[in-house]
Design a protein around this ligand. Structure first.
Ligand code: ZN
Length: 496
């Protein structure tokens, strides 16, 4: 038995000015890993591709891993990058195989294709019309029909923060291998609702997504091979951005249809709970100060979420609105993770540990889609630490995966330890802080450029959380995003 196993993951924020060349998929420079290097990078981790590798090895299969390509979210994928990654995968399938297992994202927009995953699957089907194709997808998938038409099995993450990537790989992989062995006949139903759930309201610790995902798991306990509600990724101006569902049954298309429709109806009935209304930033900062004044000693930090500039949703990670408000308010005993500013990092490294420095920080990237120019903030402080920015996640999210922040500096402003990084990395793991010598549990305030994933590794440390409405391409303001290409009418942009 020969299996082709591959990864092609990118969540595309079509409003983001951050470019997406092939090098962004390489995690630490060079080219995305292939073959044995790809297997070594992911074996034993919490990724969906790790589950595929394990299933294949256990089955004694001959494995081909043409590429494992995963990039932090950013703007549309360069054509050369897309063609390289898709080309490697299609080549490997065309060389002959019995099944294909794919670790995809589901919200990849390439320069020439709004539906990067559907286009990949269409090309695979052109060279392998009948092999089983098992696909693991992120919960932020924006589902196009081509994905449902060409995949044999689709399974999506059921947690946000995404702490079940590996289990999702097991569900997709087992069903596809059962099909190959003649032990199952997967039949799939899918559909969409005209709604754009806000990312800040999508966490599975909270209603309504907690209940939607619980119903998916119930369906799987009652015999579905996979049941998924995709809350979708709204920061993409493409026709089919938004919520969808896929149910896979064993040779029971009517049941797949009925359960899929049920999930879609449940989601529609709670659409108002997916709407997010932020409060003014000044009010949030004042609330954080009040919480800090009242909290018992040793009770963990007040977390300030700069959710409009979350790099794991395509943010530039260099807007200074929230950090600037913290500096203006004189917050002390604080840490901020992080500001993306490779030029500032180089200046700080040149100054050296212990040097006192004043420099314009952040605000280097304009955001033309929002008609915004980058606004740096002059910051003075002392260089506290310099590191290569490499660490491995402890988990529970993306456990064991290598993170590469690139050259990284901690700048102590006198009240705030500001982490300045050269590659986009979202803080969702305690190791992000231990790698730079900061113990966030002992700070009074911790600012995070994150929306929901921070909860995975850091929520248990926090005394309280304050959502801070800053600037960035992850803005909560749908009107500012001015979607032009998404299908209309769609809730909540239109009164439905
Ligand atoms: Zn996601």
């Amino acid at each position: 038995m020969k299996l082709v196993i591959a990864q092609m993951k990118h969540e595309t924020n079509t409003f983001s000015p951050v470019p997406t060349p092939l090098a962004r998929f390489a995690r630490g420079g060079g080219m995305p890993p292939e073959g044995e290097a790809a297997i070594a990078a992911y074996r034993g981790t919490g990724a969906a591709i790790a589950a595929f590798i394990e299933l294949a090895e256990r089955a004694g299969a001959n494995i081909s891993v043409p590429i494992a390509a995963s990039a932090a979210p950013s703007g549309p994928v360069d054509e050369a990058a897309y063609e390289h990654i898709a080309g490697r995968i299609v080549e490997a399938v065309a060389a002959g195989c019995d099944a294909v297992l794919l670790d995809l994202h589901g919200a990849m927009v390439a320069r020439r294709f709004d539906d990067g995953e559907g286009e990949l699957l269409r090309r695979i089907r052109a060279v392998a019309p009948s092999v089983p194709i098992g696909v693991a997808l992120d919960m932020h998938t924006n589902l196009y029909d081509a994905m449902g038409e060409h995949a044999s099995v689709i399974a999506g993450y059921q947690t946000y923060p995404h702490i079940d990537m590996y289990e999702t790989g097991l569900r997709a992989g087992r069903a596809a291998l059962a099909q190959l062995a003649g032990r199952a006949r997967p039949t799939m139903a899918w559909g969409r609702q005209p709604m754009l759930p806000h990312v800040m309201r999508q966490g599975t610790d909270d209603s309504p997504n907690r209940e939607l995902q619980a119903r998916c798991r119930e369906m799987e306990l009652r015999g579905a091979l996979a049941a998924s509600v995709f809350v979708g990724f709204p920061n993409a101006d493409i026709e089919f951005a938004g919520l969808s569902a896929v149910v896979v049954t064993d040779n029971d298309p009517a049941l797949a249809r009925r359960w899929c429709d049920e999930l879609l109806e449940r989601a529609w009935s709670v659409r108002a709970q997916f709407v997010y209304t932020p409060e003014p930033l000044a009010q949030s900062i004042a609330q954080a100060q009040a919480l800090a004044a009242a909290k018992p000693a040793g009770s963990g930090p007040i977390v300030l979420l700069d959710h409009s500039d979350n790099c794991a949703s395509g943010g530039t990670m260099d807007t200074m609105t929230v950090l600037g408000a913290m500096l203006d308010a004189g917050l002390r005993d604080a840490a901020a993770f992080a500001v993306f500013d490779p030029d500032a990092v180089q200046r700080l490294i040149a100054a050296g540990v212990g040097a006192d420095v004043s420099l314009p920080l952040g605000g280097k990237l304009d955001m033309p889609s929002l008609h915004l120019q980058g606004v740096p903030r002059n910051v003075s402080g002392r260089v506290k630490l310099i590191t290569d920015g490499r660490y491995r996640n402890i988990g529970p999210m993306a456990r064991g995966e290598l993170q590469t922040m690139g050259p990284t500096v901690v700048l102590d402003s006198g009240g705030i330890d500001i982490v300045v990084i050269s590659n986009h990395v979202e803080p969702h793991d305690l190791a992000a802080f231990t790698a730079v010598g900061i113990a966030p549990q002992h700070k009074t305030f911790v600012m995070l450029k994150s929306r929901v994933h921070w909860r995975a590794g850091l929520r248990s440390l926090a005394h309280a959380v304050v959502e801070c409405n800053g600037t960035g391409v992850c803005t909560s303001d749908y009107a500012a995003l001015n979607h032009r290409r998404v299908r209309r009418p769609i809730y909540p942009l239109d009164p439905l």
